[in-house]
Design a protein around this ligand. Sequence first.
Ligand code: MG
Length: 388
Amino acid sequence: MEKRRIAILGSTGSIGRQALDVIRQHRDLFEVELLTANNSADLLIEQAIEFDANAVVICNEDRYKEVADALQPHYIKVFAGMQSVCDLVTGDNIDIVLTSMVGFSGLASTVAAVKAGKAIALANKETLVAAGQIVMDLAAKHHARILPVDSEHSAIFQCLMGSAGADIEKIHLTASGGPFRTWSRDEIAKATRAEALNHPNWSMGSKITIDSATMMNKGLEIIEARWLFGTPGDKINVVIHPESIIHSMVEYADGSVIAQMGHPDMREAIQFAFSYPERLTLDNVKLNFAEIGKLSFFAPDLEKFPALSLAYESLEKGGNMACIMNAANEAAVAAFLQERIGFYDITDVVKECMDGADFAVNPSLDDIFETNETTLAKAEEIIRRISR
Ligand code: MG
């Protein structure tokens, strides 16, 4: 394998740090060209020095001077602001762009990288939720390969390898069920921030961990799968699998089901996106089937987790509806993390925004940015009303 040069957008977050751990294990195969972070200046400086990055971007311009002062002696270029991220990802020195920023904020830089024909290791699912049609059309036009990093989608991608041209009968998207799987609806209604942040299987950032507790994460993943694999919503089935050993499955027309398995560890999906189509070694936990003994599966409870129905609904409506759902969810999750609203208020805010939405059937990229802005404002209004 020829050496691959990598940009990590959001290098100080959970996925970014795990990606650097993958690179640490294969320094001969991967080179860090660009690292970007929003605010975490100290960690960004440390990472840039360890991996001898060519350039870094600190999005918060107030932290620029401290990063520049620290990295000047190492001849590492330092830039500030989101626009710099969009400019630098297009550079000739970059082969793969890992999009591991949080939420809708990742859309502009992902679009820039796609237009430059870069291979995208996609960890930022909100990009496809908000603008799936637009991003996939651009990727086809600019020959940008999109390699999923989300564990479920990496699994589906792997289950499809060697089956080119075969029709997918169904995608079985597995879900751990999150921390509230066995709680009653009344108990969930009173769930605190700390309880929602306590995910049983996966180590992730706070936004996605709350999304896992509401199961909106699985809702976003249904939409992500629809765009990545061209599979309509009615062929995407969610199955609760608390052990998180099977990362997802593909069912073919003859009833044959291919599953991809592994110990839950995001580094496996990140590494495969970096090394595709090759497989490299990884110092992770290997499966011991006799020790695991059995795997269990359940249907999701749509009464306890209304986010799943909202996701199917937004997919059916199409247009900018999933963008509206995503923006409302981002605002509501932020409010829940600030302890301004309760747990079920999150999906109530999303539903109210979707019901009162300015619907557009065929939105442009500009329309998507506008939908995001207006929905955030509308969600904030609702949050203010219910948090009084
Ligand atoms: Mg996932």
